[in-house]
Ligand binder design. Structure first.
Ligand SMILES: Cc1cc2nc3c(=O)[nH]c(=O)nc-3n(C[C@H](O)[C@H](O)[C@H](O)COP(=O)(O)OP(=O)(O)OC[C@H]3O[C@@H](n4cnc5c(N)ncnc54)[C@H](O)[C@@H]3O)c2cc1C
Length: 275
């Protein structure tokens, strides 16, 4: 039998350009930036946690210089660019995709990105907070990481705020009969977003009370102590690295979950810049 692919990759990948058409602080912890462009129509929306590499100018730069190579060669080319002029690259999730003709801000294809705001310590967080109309950006489609095992009878979905767009995207794309336990850790009560209601899905919002706590610790402790359904499951966990590795270890060692039924992705690492 053919081995099941780990990820769902897009059919073709090139860096496509777009511009900022809107930016809004939607809640205390999130900035939603909408980008639009004719070239975005080449991104075929896959739903769920569809993610991309996001290119934007360094602070103080107005020009966006981009690698021109397609596929994986872009990275070697990016490394060869001078540190002063190359763009910043970070990873983000498609929170909403509106094809050309159905946009909120014009006729071109639009993508919403929800940035978890963590101050100005990181270039992406700072960029989103200051994003203005007309800002040039680019993205490289990467497809989906979420890829449930077909024999799972229920799903465990866990994330901190960086994974909120991914987990809500998964719920929005899910079949109506999905059975899932969902644990979402956020910094503020007002960061809760609407999730599709369905009988088999229990969403547990976990609001941090300690402003100095490392994101992800609360989610890990809560799931560790939780009573979970029985039967074959599929787990998707994303967020701060210690959450993802810690949860996988717990599920495998303490609950005997099969490793092959767990997708865990460190979206960021406390105290370390990406890239
Ligand atoms: C597949 C994928 C999809 C992602 N989708 C999203 C998304 O839709 N929305 C989103 O907000 N994030 C998302 N992330 C996470 C995002 O890429 C990282 O948080 C990224 O490091 C932010 O870049 P930065 O330039 O702001 O900070 P960096 O320069 O990477 O880091 C600077 C400092 O900020 C800290 N830091 C980084 N991220 C956070 C955070 N979220 N909270 C608190 N401290 C942080 C670091 O530990 C470091 O000390 C995704 C990551 C992956 C891998």
């Amino acid at each position: 039998m053919a081995k099941r692919a780990k990820y769902v990759k897009p059919a073709s990948r090139t860096i496509v350009e777009a511009e900022v058409v809107a930016s809004k602080r939607i809640s205390p912890g999130f900035v939603r930036v909408t980008i639009a462009g004719e070239q975005l129509s080449s991104v075929a929306p896959m739903g769920a946690d569809h993610w991309f590499r996001f290119f934007f100018p360094q602070a103080g730069q107005t020009e966006l210089r981009l690698p021109s190579a397609a596929s994986n060669l872009w990275y070697a080319q990016w490394l060869m660019m001078s540190k002063d002029t190359r763009p910043v690259v970070r990873n983000y999730t498609i929170r909403a995709y509106r094809p050309a003709g159905s946009g909120l801000f014009g006729d071109r294809t639009e993508i919403d990105i929800d940035f978890a705001h963590h101050g100005d310590s990181g270039p992406a967080s700072a960029w989103a907070n200051a994003a203005t109309e007309g800002g040039r950006v680019a993205l490289l489609d990467e497809g989906r990481i979420y890829n449930p095992t077909p024999d799972a009878t229920w799903q465990l979905l866990v994330g901190d705020e960086s994974a909120l767009p991914a987990v809500i995207g998964i719920l929005e794309s899910a079949p109506a009969d999905l059975r899932a336990e969902v644990f979402l850790e956020i910094a503020h009560d007002d960061d809760k977003q609407d999730v599709p209601e369905s009988a088999g899905v229990n969403v547990h919002w976990l609001v941090r009370t300690d402003a100095d706590a490392v994101p992800g610790v609360l989610a890990l402790e809560t799931v560790r102590a939780a009573e979970l359904p029985t039967g074959t499951s599929y787990t998707f966990v994303a967020g701060e690295q210690a959450l993802t590795t810690g949860l996988r270890r717990h599920l495998v060692n303490d609950r005997q979950f099969a490793k092959s039924n767990i997708t865990f992705t460190g979206f960021w690492r406390h105290g370390h810049a990406a890239g």
